[in-house]
Design a protein. Structure first.
Length: 242
């Protein structure tokens, strides 16, 4: 038997053990089939798969995630939905959330990084109150030993210190629109912080900065630099599902 075929058999066997363990957990906890289905879904969409190398059998390999965060009332910041669609079309696992979910997002990133031995890559992008949440997530990760590969804020509304938790943080803001604020690096921050003031872009305001196609193109390029290109197979599945 070739090494590649043997590796596939080992990976399939490990996935079977994983699902069996989830079935046992579901039966003993009374949660029914929900746990089993979550595991099946994760494996099916490629978020979760197991290394065929026995030395890393307990370390999960979790595909990169991109979290986009809307602003006030979860009805503004529709540019986050548009950017998310562009990222999914390029094969990224990108999801859109309301700004109040920031702590749950941080917890999920930490869980994935711990399960993957610190290898899991994540990106957070937000507008307005969602941009404030980007800093909240980064700081929460820093306090708990985690980080994102890239954080992008579109015109945050409060000036917050950035403690850490983001290897690269880009703040796209306008200092003259009555809303936008810069982000300050706290003492000890070792990442790369960029405040890009777009005050000279007269066509932009706080309410459309998140929708600008040129900025979207820049962000997509930064994402590729931070976590690599998207998954073409995932892009195909997502296109077929639309």
């Amino acid at each position: 038997m070739s090494m590649s075929r043997r590796a596939r058999y080992v990976a399939l066997a490990f996935s079977g053990v994983l699902l069996a363990g989830c079935q046992t957990t579901a039966q003993t906890s009374g949660e029914g089939g929900a746990t089993v289905q979550m595991a099946r879904d994760a494996i099916a969409r490629g978020d979760l798969y197991s290394s065929a190398n026995a030395r890393h059998a307990r370390v999960q390999q979790i595909a990169p995630r991109i979290y986009l965060i809307r602003g006030l009332a979860n009805v503004f910041s529709q540019g986050m939905d548009d950017l998310g669609a562009k990222l999914r079309a390029r094969g990224y696992n990108a999801t859109v959330h309301e700004h109040g979910a920031w702590s749950a997002i941080a917890a999920e990133i930490l869980q994935n990084q711990r399960a993957s031995g610190g290898r899991h890559q994540a990106v957070v992008i937000g507008h307005s109150l969602g941009a404030n949440a980007v800093t909240d997530i980064s700081n929460e990760l820093a306090r708990n030993g985690g980080s994102v590969a890239l954080a992008v804020a579109f015109d945050p509304t409060v000036r917050q210190p950035l403690v850490g938790g983001a290897r690269r943080y880009v703040n796209l803001f306008q200092s003259n629109n009555g809303w936008g604020a810069s982000v300050a690096a706290a003492p000890g921050y070792r990442g790369r912080l960029e405040n890009i003031d777009l005050r000279q872009s007269g066509n932009l305001t706080h309410f459309n900065i998140d929708k600008d196609a040129r900025l979207h193109s820049q962000v997509i390029g930064w994402v590729a630099q931070a976590i690599g290109g998207g998954n073409r197979r995932l892009a195909g599945r997502q296109a077929a599902a639309r």
